[in-house]
Design a protein around this ligand. Structure first.
Ligand SMILES: C[S@@+](CC[C@H](N)C(=O)[O-])C[C@H]1O[C@@H](n2cnc3c(N)ncnc32)[C@H](O)[C@@H]1O
Length: 257
């Protein structure tokens, strides 16, 4: 099957833009592969899960069914950290729930940062490891399997900055689009109306940050006041918030006082 034939068939299912992305990523497709991809597209499997990669902050990340595909919203968090620390000589950083590793890798590629990528899912950690290696960041980023609900999982007062895009969707939220249903549940859903990961992180992350260190945390739509309350209850000082390109507040920044 030629690439042009595959392009024509995939165009009919998903339009020329997506057909071009897939045929560029998978040249010389067999008929069997084309049939399989057509089935996936009809089942609304996201293109990133079909071609196993997604661009994030100008970098290409491998992704699979065990990881959340990096989202453009999360680039807001990365941009905030880079902007705030671009003049720092060096920072130590921890990424809680690293998934593909997209946040910590994008930061370490743009400023002088090194640190730990923490993840509970063993299979997601494999993906993070693969991306860290492909991006030549082995000497800067260590991967660690662990649960951010455990206060002793990281060493005390080690980091200048903590970043996290934790799971924040309430289990009964019906607004989850069908593309996200192909992401792992552990990456999406959190108990207590989507707030339980924030509660654990607000309690534990103070132990891991140096004094006056900062946490940059991604939030879901309309979660700003609930998450701010959770962090202030644990004596964090609110520093700032940042919006995505759609004007939605996506990132809250707190300082360890
Ligand atoms: C929303 S995804 C974010 C992934 C990646 N950081 C990103 O922004 O694309 C949340 C990640 O946290 C991980 N996770 C969920 N609960 C966790 C826990 N208790 N401890 C550590 N990691 C956890 C999930 O497996 C998933 O990889």
């Amino acid at each position: 099957m030629t690439t042009n034939q595959a392009f024509t068939i995939l165009s009919k299912i998903s339009g020329p833009h997506i057909a071009r992305i897939i045929t560029d990523a998978i040249p010389n497709m067999s008929r069997l592969k084309l049939w399989y991809i057509s089935r996936q597209l009809r089942a609304n499997v996201p293109v990133a899960k079909i071609i196993h990669n997604k661009w994030f902050y100008g970098l290409k990340f491998y992704t699979n069914k065990y990881t959340l595909d990096p989202r453009p919203d999360t680039e807001t968090l990365v941009a905030c950290v880079i902007n705030d620390y671009k003049r720092a000589k060096h920072i130590e950083i921890a990424d809680l729930g690293t998934g593909t590793g997209c946040i910590i890798c994008a930061i370490a590629k743009n400023i002088n940062a090194s640190g730990v990528a923490l993840e509970k899912s063993f299979r997601a950690l494999h993906v993070a490891h693969r991306n860290i290696k492909t991006l030549n960041l082995n000497d800067k980023i260590i991967i660690k399997r662990g649960d951010f609900e455990n206060p002793t999982i990281l060493p005390n007062k080690t980091f200048d900055v903590i970043v996290s895009n934790p799971p924040y969707i309430a289990p009964d939220d019906t607004r989850v689009d069908c593309g996200a249903m192909h992401d792992p549940k552990m990456a999406l859903f959190a108990k207590n109306n989507g707030l339980s990961a924030y509660e654990h992180i607000a309690k534990n992350a103070k132990n891991w940050l140096k004094n006056c260190g900062r946490i940059y945390i991604e939030i879901g739509i309309d979660m700003e006041s609930d998450v701010q309350k959770i962090f202030e209850h644990e004596n964090w000082k609110f520093v700032n918030s940042a919006t995505d390109l759609g004007g939605i507040v996506r990132v809250l920044i707190f300082e360890n006082i």
